[in-house]
Design a protein around this ligand. Sequence first.
Ligand SMILES: Nc1ncnc2c1ncn2[C@@H]1O[C@H](COP(=O)(O)OP(=O)(O)O)[C@@H](O)[C@H]1O
Ligand SMILES: [Mg+2]
Length: 296
Amino acid sequence: MSTEIAASDPSLRPSVPRTRVAAAADDSLPGGKIDTRTVGQVTVADAVMTARRVNVHYGDKHAVKDVSLDIGRNAVIALIGPSGCGKSTFLRCLNRMNDTIDTAVVDGAITLDGVDIYERRQDVVQLRARVGMVFQKPNPFPKSIYENIAYGPRIHGLAANRAELDEVVQTSLQKAGLWEEVKDRLDHPGTGLSGGQQQRLCIARAIAVDPEVILMDEPCSALDPRSTARIEETIRELRSDVSVVIVTHNMQQARRVSDQTGFYLNGDLVEYGDTERVFTAPTSKETADYVAGAFG
Ligand SMILES: Nc1ncnc2c1ncn2[C@@H]1O[C@H](COP(=O)(O)OP(=O)(O)O)[C@@H](O)[C@H]1O
Ligand SMILES: [Mg+2]
């Protein structure tokens, strides 16, 4: 892998596992499988990912505390809460991005399609294709629009020839809502696009390797309202192909795009459930205060 590409996308950097993972004893099944029937904090019928008793420490700092939740297939999950409450840290557990942070220690069990993603045999590059990531600041590769999308499918062997690769590039850009704007300049540099277009290019790049889940950490916070609306539309459309977990500080955005919402406070997942219910009839006082704009 070229260093310039690894430099522009941290999810492609080699990863040194610094995790110690203890699956909850009752949850372990032979072959690294985790029994997803075990009732965690929230259990959904058809979960693509499950988290059970996930804790993250940075040295003495306990950033994520005993979080259990399920991520439904073809669902959009919003994670909200005040700055520093552990949203990004939890998100990074879902594709082992915390492996790249020296001080981070992750405990607990996280499954993708029933298999523990922290088990020794897990290929982390493969995992990050299946659980893709879009960052706050768009980070296209310093390459053409076409090559930004084609790179992943090529290294993962997802296209047998140029025609198939062209097809993957086109459908990925279409799903990200960018095709019409760039189809006549696929050979232009990705970095020449506007901020909102670059973010959709990064979404297309994640889609191109056929993921099951895409993680987005405040993907619109550097964008103007119009670009933000366009990304929100893309997120809603993506649901037919993937699950999306989006961290946002914008509660209106959470309400507009998500099916389920999780509210974090000081590392605790205080509340998790159907978005409308969380916003209109929260069970905890902290959630009620937060969604009422009382703090945060
Ligand atoms: N690399 C790190 N090293 C040490 N502490 C960190 C690191 N990243 C985050 N933290 C701390 O962990 C807590 C949760 O951070 P974070 O997950 O970034 O919160 P959020 O995304 O909700 O703003 C904060 O107190 C933050 O200061
Ligand atoms: Mg964050």
